[in-house]
Ligand binder design. Structure first.
Ligand SMILES: Cc1ncc(C[n+]2csc(CCOP(=O)(O)OP(=O)(O)O)c2C)c(N)n1
Ligand SMILES: [Mg+2]
Length: 892
């Protein structure tokens, strides 16, 4: 091998005559061996690296289109008709927003985003996006949320939406049905598939969707022979700044997701102003995506530039393109051509001369790549055919394209919702919309006749591509769920054996994985905590999914339960990535609709890193109608004892309760978990309710009791009596406990007998359900004042009970307080408000005042408040039980 010095010497000669020769031979290579060029260069690079010469490689390519113009395929469509269709969609999308805001000033909506996206969408609709009527699953297209007027306008031309629907854009409560502001499957369940618009969530979910499609294929749920659906995701360039947008791109490359195509609409603007005024967003994104291993296709310049590039033998044009920053480019889109002539081309007299033959108007109209169907088609085709990598298309566009003075490229354009008559006329003229002068002020929607060439073309295209998109179809398969006997073993006491509710859940899950009917459909999702939750046995049992299988010998190969990765592994072990894990949950939990295959996701995580950390994805799971089980393990601010402030969760139930389609349970015992899971499977997969479950699980070990007779209904509704207090005592109390703290309630029950109080102990599994039911009853009574009032479950249950009511849990007090208005005589609540601390459970429960002793004092005090016992009894108990009255509030 040649020495480093030798090579350096040779390279140093590059500046001289010898260098010229080198450059010449490179030029030759460029001319003759185009296909081999990348390989040749790669080889050269390797050789130099081996010789110890570390030549910095740029992650950027020049600021030009990735696909050279002579490699562009011919455009297969009728460009003239497609242009007219697109113009009508543009008009209707604009009109929808303008009309809505004319009637109701504050309704909102966006014009300029779709205006910049129209070509990017239309090339897809006319030539790429496969619909649900074709063979194999439909492509999964994540549309940019606030471009929804464009989708609605197209659906109107397709005859899927009526004029009335369009009139009711953002007026969903109107007669005849309205259109939701953004893509919301919850609100338009037969139309939208994928919620977007909370920036960054669609991008991350799309990655995990593409990955989940592969997982299903690897596991035999999607047949090999079937056409693989493409996952398309349209992302805003401003949106690309969200950590969720860029945070998981390396997974897509690592797993070679060539079924995934992102189109980043680089209109250089976000809401307030430029995305990167002083830099170039396209170049920045290119660097990151290339670095992560994606196939990057830049679509920067339209066809009008091709001739200029041909003239640019000295690279002056490209040099100038590289110099100008996005703030400049935005300015060029706003100013007349004379400005661009002077400030862009005019920087160099030779460059200026290159555009002498163009008028100012022609310069102004030089298209950007994302508005040129031919360039966009070339990129889409290349992306669709690319193998081994996901593709990102970075398409440069103008925000508010076509709005002219009303907002094209202006910083205010994002918020523009009104066009005056002059602006409307200009829009009409620019896009050639057949609307008369008399009608223009009214801004009517325009749809050509069904028999027109435009409508016929549009329908034919969609028919050939397999039907309309977006479209959400539910395919509820009939599942062979476990029968009642399956759960019997979990209803029985564990004797002396101690277990945590986490262990109980894992036992149920393990048994379910072996169930002939649904075992294979279970998708366990874990973010690097399987060992914490005692789930490591599953690694070997069902394997961890990896498209590469296992290329190495795991260090624990000798052990029975080694870390086994497999091509058809069932576990999705996501690493330390709760957002990614939740995205997997969403993909698995919606496959009943979006892939026609029902899967049963069980996503288990540290409860603190669930709703609190990635709550917006949980909210999205509600919108997208995901089904499945979320398991917040190591829950409880005092039950998870040593971990302290950032780990100890006492509020996830509060956060869960904000999502309407979540059932949020805090079970104490194994049988409660079994009953909840059985019912959950029944409701989600037999009754086909589009809801999901959240269960907190604890890591405290204790003996699991028998299920009390008749407890099932109460477990599901949220409250049942677990153990009646001792008879023949002068005072009565009702203590409501939940989760691991139920055992403190039971201990309090015993201590209270010494004070002459017989306390019944209840298990509250679900305060949210109790509250919802009570609210429903009260509302019905309010609206039906002359009928016999309805009584809520909690009132029916508690009205018969005597004594005072106290609740205690490992959650913030407000969780239990949700039912306070319906508790006879009011509710005294104990809970774990405040930042967590690390210490032993005993210390923590005393500190947060949720231990048995604190519960006793609270019960006695409540009795004293009602003058049922003397206050001195409370004072004595405080001394006997060693509570410290001077202690600071735990929430400080
Ligand atoms: C998480 C989140 N933050 C803020 C917003 C409000 N918002 C809606 S659109 C928008 C600007 C989007 O810019 P970009 O992604 O570049 O899309 P464009 O309209 O330019 O295509 C903002 C800030 C949001 N929808 N979601
Ligand atoms: Mg933008």
């Amino acid at each position: 091998m040649e020495s480093k010095e030798n090579i350096e010497l040779k390279l140093s000669k590059l500046n001289g005559a010898e260098g010229e020769e080198w450059v010449e031979s490179m030029e030759k290579m460029l001319r003759f061996a185009t296909d081999q060029n990348p390989y040749f260069l790669e080889k050269l690079w390797q050789r130099l690296e081996q010789a110890g010469l570390h030549i910095p490689r740029s992650v950027h390519t020049p600021y030009v289109n990735t696909i050279p113009c002579d490699e562009e395929p011919d455009y297969p469509g009728n460009r003239e008709i497609e242009r007219r269709i697109k113009s009508y969609i543009r008009w209707n999308a604009m009109a929808m927003v303008v009309k809505a805001n004319r009637v109701h000033g504050g309704l909102g909506g966006h014009i300029s985003t779709y205006a910049s996206l129209a070509t990017l969408y239309e090339v897809g609709f006319n030539h790429f996006f496969r619909g649900p009527d074709g063979p194999g699953p439909a492509d999964m297209v994540f549309f940019q949320g606030h471009a929804s007027p464009g989708n609605y306008a197209r659906a109107y031309l397709e005859g899927r939406l009526t004029e009335r629907n369009l009139h009711n854009f953002r007026q969903e409560l109107q007669e005849g049905g309205g259109l939701s502001s953004y893509p919301h499957p919850y609100l338009m369940p037969t139309f939208w598939q994928f919620p977007s618009v909370s920036m960054g969530l669609a991008p991350i979910v799309s990655i995990y969707q593409a990955r989940f499609n592969r997982y299903l294929k690897a596991r035999g749920f999607i047949k090999d022979a079937e056409r693989e659906p493409k996952v398309w995701c349209f992302v805003g360039d401003g949106e690309s700044d969200e950590p969720e947008s860029r945070g998981c791109i390396s997974l897509a490359a690592r797993e070679k997701l060539d079924n995934l195509i992102w189109v980043i609409n680089c209109n250089l603007q976000r809401l307030d102003g430029p995305v990167r005024g002083n830099d170039k967003i396209i170049q920045e994104l290119e660097g990151q995506f290339r670095g992560a291993g994606w196939n990057v296709l830049k679509v920067i310049w339209g066809s009008d530039w091709d001739a200029l590039f041909k003239k640019d033998t000295k690279g002056l044009l490209v040099k100038r393109m590289e110099e100008a920053v996005d703030g400049d480019y935005q300015k060029y889109s706003v100013e007349p051509g004379s400005y661009t002539r002077k400030h862009f081309f005019g920087k160099d007299p030779e460059l200026a001369a290159m555009v002498n033959h163009l008028s100012d108007e022609q310069i102004q109209k030089l298209l950007r790549g994302g508005h040129d169907v031919k360039k966009v088609y070339a990129a889409y085709k290349a992306a669709s055919e690319h193998k081994g990598q996901p593709t990102v298309i970075l398409a440069k566009t103008v925000k508010g394209y076509g709005l002219g003075e009303a907002g094209e490229g202006r910083n205010i354009t994002h918020q523009q919702k009104k066009l005056n008559e002059k602006e409307l006329r200009e829009f009409r003229e620019r896009f050639d919309i057949p609307i008369s002068d008399e009608d223009i002020a009214d801004t009517p929607f325009y749809r050509p006749a069904d028999t027109s060439p435009e409508i016929s073309y549009l329908l034919e295209r969609r028919k050939t591509l397999g039907g309309f998109l977006p479209q959400r179809r539910v395919h509820n398969e009939k599942l062979d769920l476990p029968n009642a006997d399956f759960y019997n073993e979990f209803y029985k006491a564990s004797g002396d054996a101690e277990a945590s509710t986490t262990m109980a859940f894992v036992k149920i899950l393990t048994k379910m994985l072996r169930h002939a009917g649904i075992g294979r459909r279970v998708v366990p999702i874990i973010p690097d905590e399987a060992r914490t939750f005692g789930m490591d046995a599953l690694f070997r049992q069902i394997g961890i999914y990896s498209p590469k299988g296992q290329l190495y010998e795991p260090v624990d190969r000798e052990s029975l339960l080694y870390y086994q990765e497999a091509k058809d592994g069932q576990i999705l072990e996501e690493g330390i990535n709760e957002a990614g894990s939740m995205s997997s949950f969403i993909a698995a939990g919606t496959s009943y609709a979006n892939l026609g295959t029902t899967m049963l996701p069980f996503y288990i995580f540290y409860s603190m890193f669930g709703f609190q950390r990635i709550g917006d994805l949980m909210w999205l799971a509600g919108d997208i109608r995901a089904k499945g089980f979320l398991l917040g393990a190591t829950a409880g601010r005092t039950t998870l004892n040593g971990e302290g402030l950032q780990h100890q969760d006492g509020h996830s139930h509060l956060l869960a309760s904000t999502i309407p389609s979540v059932l949020s349970y805090d079970p104490a015992f194994a049988y409660e978990i079994a009953v909840i899971i059985e019912e959950g499977l029944h409701r989600m997969y037999e009754k086909n309710e589009e809801i999901f479950y959240y269960l907190t699980l604890h890591n405290e070990n204790y003996p699991m009791p028998d299920m009390p007779k008749g407890a099932r209904e109460g477990i599901l509704k949220g409250l049942y009596k677990f153990k009646t207090g001792a008879p023949n005592l002068p005072h009565k109390a009702q203590i409501i406990g939940s989760g691991a703290i139920l055992r403190e309630a039971l201990r309090a029950q015993e201590i209270l007998t010494k004070y002459g109080v017989s306390a019944d102990v209840w298990s509250a599994t679900n305060y949210k359900e109790l509250r919802t039911d009570a609210l429903n009853a009260r509302r019905w009574n309010m609206l039906n004042p002359s009928q016999a009032p309805k009584k809520s479950y909690v009132e029916t249950l508690l009205e018969k009970e005597k004594g005072v009511f106290v609740s205690v849990s490992d959650n913030m007090k407000i969780v239990a307080d949700q039912i306070a208005p319906w508790v006879p005589g009011g509710l005294m609540t104990l809970g774990t408000d405040g930042f967590g601390r690390s210490d032993t459970r005993t210390e923590l429960r005393r500190f947060f005042e949720v231990d048995a002793e604190s519960t006793v004092v609270a019960t006695l005090y409540t009795l004293a408040e009602k003058k049922l016992i003397e206050r001195s009894v409370v004072a004595n108990a405080i001394t006997d039980l060693q509570l410290d009255p001077k202690k600071a509030h735990p929430w400080i």
